[in-house]
Every structure is written in C-alpha cells, then in structure tokens.
Design a binder for this molecule. Sequence first.
Ligand code: FAD
Length: 430
Amino acid sequence: MKKIAVIGCGAAGMMAALAAAQSSGSVTIFEKNEKPGKKIYITGKGRCNVTNACEVEDYFSYVKRNPRFLYSAVYDYDNKAVMEFFENNGCKLKVERGDRVFPVSDHSSDIIRTLYNAVIKAGVEVLFDTTVLSVESSNGKVSAITYSQKDDPIIRQEFDSVIVCTGGLSYPSTGSTGDGYRFAKDMGHSIKEPLPSLVPFEIKEGWCRDLQGLSLKNVGLKLFLADKNNKTSDSQDSPKKAKKPKAVYDGFGEMLFTHFGISGPLVLTASCHYEKDKLGKVYIDLKPALSEEQLDKRVLRDFEEGLNKQFKNVLGGLFPSKLIPVMVKLSGIDPEKPVNEITRQERLDFVRLIKNLPMEITGTRSFNEAIITRGGVNVKEINPSTMESKLVQGLFFAGEVIDVDTETGGFNLQVAWSTGHLAGVSAAAE
Ligand SMILES: Cc1cc2nc3c(=O)[nH]c(=O)nc-3n(C[C@H](O)[C@H](O)[C@H](O)COP(=O)(O)OP(=O)(O)OC[C@H]3O[C@@H](n4cnc5c(N)ncnc54)[C@H](O)[C@@H]3O)c2cc1C
C-alpha cells in the first residue's frame, strides 16, 4: 500500500485523500487549521456554490487560464460526478439561476460534513493543527515531509507520494497562505505570479465614493485595457480613432459602489480579465435594455413632461436618487437649467454618458478580498493526465495552488474536485 501525504484539508485535499484511500492508498491529511474546509465554509456567502450544472463541454469556456490543462481532470471527474457524490452521501442539492448548484439546506457546512465523513469512513487519518514546513525529494523522487504541531518539535515522516492541496493566497485567514508555492519552488518548479482575482476594483474618480452603498441591478459593464504609455488608443473617449476598441469583458448584472470603488458580481467577473500592467477602464451602461436612440426618446419624453422644471428635478424616473447629483455633475449641464433650454447636443451627450459611465481602474483590492488567486504552479510542469509533477516523481498538485482560475458560478470548486480526484487516484496507482 502506498503511503500518501495530502497537505491541506480543503476542497481539493479532502477529495484527493478520499480518491486515494478508495484506490487503496494509506492516506494522511495534514491541516494547519483546527478543522476541515474553513474556506468551503465561507463559499457562496455561506451557501457553497458547490459546482455548476452546465454541459461539461461548456465548462471550459468559464476557465480563464489554462482550460486545456483541465480536460483530463474534468472529464475524469466532472460536475455530474460531484453532484452524484454529494447526493449519494446524503447531501441533497438544488440547481439555481445560471446552473449554480447549492445544497438544498443552503448550508455550506453540509458540504463539508458530507465530504469529511466520507474521508473518515474511507480510513484517512487527519491531523489538525499541523503545519507542513517542507517537502523533501531525493534523486528526483519525493521522499518525506516535515511538519510541526503547535510548539512540539519538528517531525519528519517518509511518504511515497505527496499531494500539495494548499490553495492560493486569497482569504489567508482560512489557512491559504501560499505555502504550496514555496514547496513547489523548493523542488524546482516555476510559479506564475499569484494575483488577486474575482476581486473588487479600486477606482480613480472621487464621485464613485459619493455613491458608496448604492447597488445597481441589471446594468451593463464593459472593461477596456490599453497600454499605459498609449493612454487614449484603446479608450472610448477618442471617437476619432481609426480602430474601434474591443472590450475584453462585456457583461450584464449587479454591481455595488464602495468606499474604494466598485464591487458586486459583475465587477468580480470582470476582474478575471483585468491586467494590472495595463490601463483599465470600465464603462457602465445604466440602461442596457435601451439603444442610444431609444434612450434619447425616453429622456426627451421626460424632458417634455417637465418642460419648465430644472434639469436636476426631471431625472427621478431615470436613476436612483443617490445617483442623480453625480450624473448631473458629470453631464456638465447646469443643474438649475430649465429643461426647455437644454440643447439637443447636451441631451445627446447626456444619453451617451448614461450608456457609458466611465471609470478608471487604479488597481484591485488585495488577496484579503479576492475570491481566488490567479497564477500558481506552472501547468507546463504538471502532467495533466495525472496531476503529477513532471520534475519530481510522486509529487502531485491539486486545486487553487495550480495556475488555473475560472469565473464565478461553482467552477472554481469544480477545479478543486476534479484535480483533487485525479491526483488522489494517480498517487495511489502503482
Ligand atoms: C469568500 C469566497 C467565496 C467563494 N465562493 C465560491 C463558490 O461559491 N463556488 C466556488 O466554486 N468557489 C468559491 N470560492 C473559491 C473556492 O473556495 C476555492 O477555489 C477552493 O476552496 C480552493 O480549494 P483548495 O482546496 O485548492 O484550497 P483551500 O480551500 O484554500 O484549502 C487549502 C487548505 O490547505 C491548508 N494549508 C495551507 N498550507 C498548509 C500547510 N503548510 N500545512 C498544512 N495545511 C496547510 C489550509 O489551511 C487550507 O485548509 C470562494 C472563495 C472565497 C474566498
């Protein structure tokens, strides 16, 4: 029987340990926290969006980096297999909008309990409050790990295989503090720079902060990136440019203004496409259901109904009240101007502003607020058919520690389930 160490008792670690034990490996999980699945607990706002019920072929379009690397893992253990596992082990699931799958109870703790019970039932030993300090290899083969438990002396233990499931750097309070990158680097692996992803944007414009707390449903968001030294070339601000810029993200949904900028599901998804070395601009379409022409007619109608009113007093039907002073200011139109004195050009510019409310991104929030980490162990150095390192025999990786990341919707946990399962089965194989 192969002796297998799994580092991390999160989603990937538990799935890897279960798969390895069921494939007759002798498995020990090492977890620095006092309990399993601390991050799973906070997923999906405490409800755990455990996977996505999309067609498996469609899954890869939600993977932002290195989707091809995941083919074997996902086809080997796909979303249907994950749903079957939880259902068969007593955790009933339901499918919500966007094919997002949740436990019927709406409690992430049920996902953790189901998985952890299966791990224990399969005979896996789990050591909590145990921090792995290093992974050793000799002659190109993994040999041992060292670990410490609280203030006890460091222990060294030999293993045939080690599966690194330490997660990324996001929400470090859950235990994911990037240790796996160090283990990988120490054994010669390269790490794609870890960056926060599915993360709010910090915004330059001060008016954004005036809107703090305002949530907008059903708005459009386009993200444009340009070279920093070529500030205007990719910007919508330059209507005379020869080439029409292409948005790197064009989505629809809900967003929120905060004390630093913008957040909410739409913004988090857009952040997958952001590049910190580029100049990023977002344009919010406040009325995505209407074309500019239709919106102009609508604005004209509002203006005609309030002909003798001041500009600032005819916008109640268009925007939430908190947004009105900001839109008035950005329009450049005198707020006290009677509506019947507003020129056609002023009105058309205002309509354009409503369809393209511009904001400049100064950066993202930190890992403390990032749902996931983009970057990680270079996929070129991992065999996609087994999750084994191509550099060190018996060393496996699974979950967020690998350089793959996806949009929201249950796709990231599916990465953990699929790569964890494949790594576990492979590690236990002769
Ligand atoms: C707020 C939030 C909400 C999210 N919601 C969703 C969602 O609804 N759906 C979805 O698909 N994804 C969601 N995600 C992303 C998803 O949770 C992660 O992608 C996934 O949990 C990664 O699993 P993992 O096992 O690779 O890493 P982790 O879950 O981070 O587990 C790593 C484990 O390794 C342990 N560890 C690390 N270093 C050591 C060491 N040296 N020794 C011992 N143990 C160690 C850690 O303590 C931790 O328990 C969310 C993330 C966050 C932060």
